[in-house]
Design a protein around this ligand. Structure first.
Ligand code: ZN
Length: 476
């Protein structure tokens, strides 16, 4: 009954991808095809659709140059698919990070909020991290969010809801708008796998880095230890500062927790400026028409860059000539900053993704059996609209019904960024396709249209895990 609720991926497209890369399938110790083991580096820009990328490209590269990601040899358009929680036969047209990361990690469609569980929330779906480990690969996750956030969580844990992050979340139901999220049944003493934090440090990942100190240092609940105590027992080296990251050796598993929650972003608007609503009738003069620039965030000096974390992860996972690896790298706050109407924060996060990509390409230059994929989980709110001042000069006065930011780019022009998905204090995700940029063996044969489940198939096929797609509960 429960298994029937798992949406089966259309095999036609999955097969095309699988067959396309059949000649590229590897094993962790394959020395016959390219004299080195296979590696997959999956880089996820959370919320990074082409609008968010274009905003960052205009700022970071200017109108005549391109981003590093633009130099990859393959670009496909990826369909984002989401099931309705109460009726998994129906589709939602807007996703969240939990259901989309689940599809990328397992190849199975599900509903919003689920962490590698089916749309009903009870069937756990085997992840590519679990499959890769079973086949002998090394595994790692690096993110600028808390390591318990939805995207990293879906690759190495299972939960009915993304809010079941720390032990305390299991102790008390959480009221959210009109619904209640009860994580109690996830507790180990009630037959569950424990909190997401508990599962992450017991998942066999050799590298786990990001934020999340607050949840991981909570005392245990419901049959689990404090996640930090579990991590220590599992032999992790705990590091919490950029200097410790630089100095740490790569001979033992690595747990990097650099902030209580998510990592601070690298860039902010000068004077803390963000997009604002144009208020023509309010008492206070609106700042919405004033241009501002992006500046370095002073708080970012307390945390390592995503590039530095990626360098360490690759030094650790990538030094074994006998075993390949799977590494997921997430630039998480493209999403969080777009929710908050902060274009500079989101631009800085794309810059971080570019640095992680630079590290990955440098690694792949010496390890050609490396598949590099850069994609997003879902689309987001920000869009570029005409700068109203140019129209005002011609006598046409108008304003956006949403919130706007007029950002001065380094090349001297003004980029008007608009947010208008809600009247709430934060923006919502949007529902367009996301890109898949790819580099590595065989990518020139990738179809122009893919689904997120196809990306799972692509990665599993490259690592030679295709047969494991048939595991019970995967719906394949
Ligand atoms: Zn979001």
């Amino acid at each position: 009954m429960l298994v029937r609720t798992v949406r089966v991926i259309p095999l036609t497209i999955a097969l095309v991808v699988s067959l396309t890369l059949a000649g590229c399938s590897r094993s962790p110790s394959d020395t016959t095809t390219a004299n080195s083991p296979a590696n997959v580096i999956l880089i996820i820009g959370d919320g990074m659709d082409q609008q968010q990328l274009t905003i960052a490209r205009n700022y970071l590269a200017g109108s005549q140059d391109k981003l590093l990601v633009d130099t990859l040899p393959s670009l496909s358009s990826v369909r984002v698919q989401t099931l309705e929680a109460n009726n998994p036969q129906q589709f939602d047209y807007v996703a969240d990070s939990a259901n989309t990361a689940t599809t990328l990690a397992t190849g199975v469609l599900t509903s919003q909020g689920r962490i590698s569980r089916d749309a009903g929330g009870l069937v756990s779906l085997p992840t590519i991290v679990e499959h890769a480990q079973a086949a002998g690969y090394r595994t790692g996750i690096v993110t600028t969010s808390s390591v318990t956030d939805a995207t990293p969580a879906a690759f190495a844990s299972h939960s009915r809801h993304r809010k079941c992050g720390g032990p305390r979340n299991l102790a008390k139901p959480l009221r959210r708008f009109l619904s209640v999220i009860d994580c109690g049944d996830e507790a180990i003493d009630r037959g569950g796998p424990g909190s997401i934090a508990h599962q992450m440090v017991n998942s066999g990942l050799e590298v786990l880095m990001g934020g999340g100190k607050q949840k991981l240092s909570q005392p245990g609940y419901g049959g689990e230890d404090s996640p930090l105590a579990s991590a220590e027992r599992n032999g992790y080296q705990l590091i919490t500062t950029p200097a410790e990251l630089d100095a740490v050796g790569t001979d033992k598993p690595l747990l990097g927790l650099f902030a209580a929650g998510h990592l601070p972003v690298q860039m902010i608007g000068a004077g803390q400026r963000r997009a604002e609503h144009v208020d023509l009738e309010g008492d206070k003069p609106s700042l919405a028409g004033e241009v501002f620039s992006c500046v370095q965030n002073p708080a970012a000096s307390s945390v390592p860059t995503l590039g530095a974390m990626t360098d360490k992860a690759l030094a650790m996972l990538g030094d074994d000539p006998q075993r390949g690896f799977f590494l997921m790298i997430e630039s998480a706050s493209i999403d969080k900053q777009s929710h908050a109407r902060q274009p500079c924060g989101h631009i800085g996060e794309v810059q971080q993704l570019e640095q992680a990509l630079r590290s990955s390409l440098d690694y792949a230059a010496n390890h050609p059996n490396t598949l590099i994929l850069v994609t997003a989980d879902h689309a987001h709110a920000a869009q570029i609209i005409p700068d109203q001042e140019q129209f005002e000069r011609g006598g046409m006065v108008f304003h956006s019904p949403g919130s706007v930011a007029r950002v001065r780019t380094p090349e001297g022009s003004v980029m008007m960024v608009n947010y208008a998905t809600t009247t709430l204090p934060y923006e919502m995700h949007t529902g367009t396709n996301v890109p898949l940029y790819a580099g590595g063996p065989g990518v020139e044969k990738l179809p122009v249209y893919l689904t997120q489940a196809d990306i799972y198939t692509l990665m599993a096929s490259f690592l030679g895990l295709a047969e494991l797609n048939q595991a019970p509960g995967s719906g394949r």
